[in-house]
Design a protein around this ligand. Structure first.
Ligand code: ADE
Length: 213
């Protein structure tokens, strides 16, 4: 069982996400657990302040270390990994998803606004992850990306047949084009080799058209 713990200023983003499809089933079956924590619950002032002006000046606000520190401390247990999402982080890939799938607890800090006090990256997070070279509004979508890609690797979450097991077991994922009925849709026909029943040629075709992630 993997515990996903999300620290966010927008917990409502995750309500429909947790309730749909495969992730809901995986939670119901206790294969994974997704807990959403509102960062404002870890503030101590009446206004529930989570950000402040940057030292040295500059535009925008910076997320403060204290509520994040308190949130992580109260959530952390066992073999955990603390991730801070930032566009400066290491680029996320399938290999990282595999590594994270071996962890008991994945704590994800979703940054918002112009940035997060650098001491969070330095002293609280175990790693910084970026999901790509573009700037998002915050770490909520990256957290969903991690939850989804890691959950798929947990045995029994995605299907139970041998093919799916094989697909999710190897560290790299092999993806090739797939087709289903009808064999011809208007002007668009399925590659004839896939209808040939010749398994060797089909394997060769898939091999030629695959992408390894
Ligand atoms: N926060 C803002 N942009 C991001 C990105 N590309 N990856 C991870 N976190 C982010």
């Amino acid at each position: 069982m993997i515990n996903f713990e999300v620290i966010t200023l927008f917990p409502e983003f995750f309500a429909p996400y947790k309730k749909s499809g495969i992730l809901k089933n995986a939670c119901d079956d206790k294969l994974i657990d997704i807990n959403i924590h509102n960062l404002r619950d870890f503030t101590t002032d009446k206004r529930k302040t989570v950000d402040d002006k940057p030292f040295g000046g500059g535009v925008g606000m910076v997320m403060m270390i204290e509520p994040i520190f308190k949130a992580v401390e109260s959530i952390k247990k066992g073999k955990s990994r603390v991730i801070l999402f930032t566009p400066r982080g290491k680029k996320y890939d399938q290999k990282t998803a595999h590594r994270l799938s071996k962890t008991d607890q994945i704590i994800m800090i979703c940054g918002r606004y112009e940035g997060v006090d650098e001491r969070v990256a330095k002293h609280i997070a175990d790693e910084e992850i970026s999901i790509g070279d573009y700037v998002l509004m915050g770490g909520e979508i990256p957290a969903m990306v991690v939850i989804e890609s890691v959950s798929r690797l947990v045995p029994m979450v995605v299907g139970t047949d041998d093919f799916l097991k094989k697909r999710t077991k190897s560290v790299s994922a092999i993806e090739y084009p797939q087709f289903t009925r009808p064999a011809v849709y208007g002007k668009w026909a399925v590659p004839s080799v896939l209808l040939s029943g010749d398994h060797k040629r089909i394997e060769e075709w898939r091999d030629k058209n695959k992408k390894i992630l």
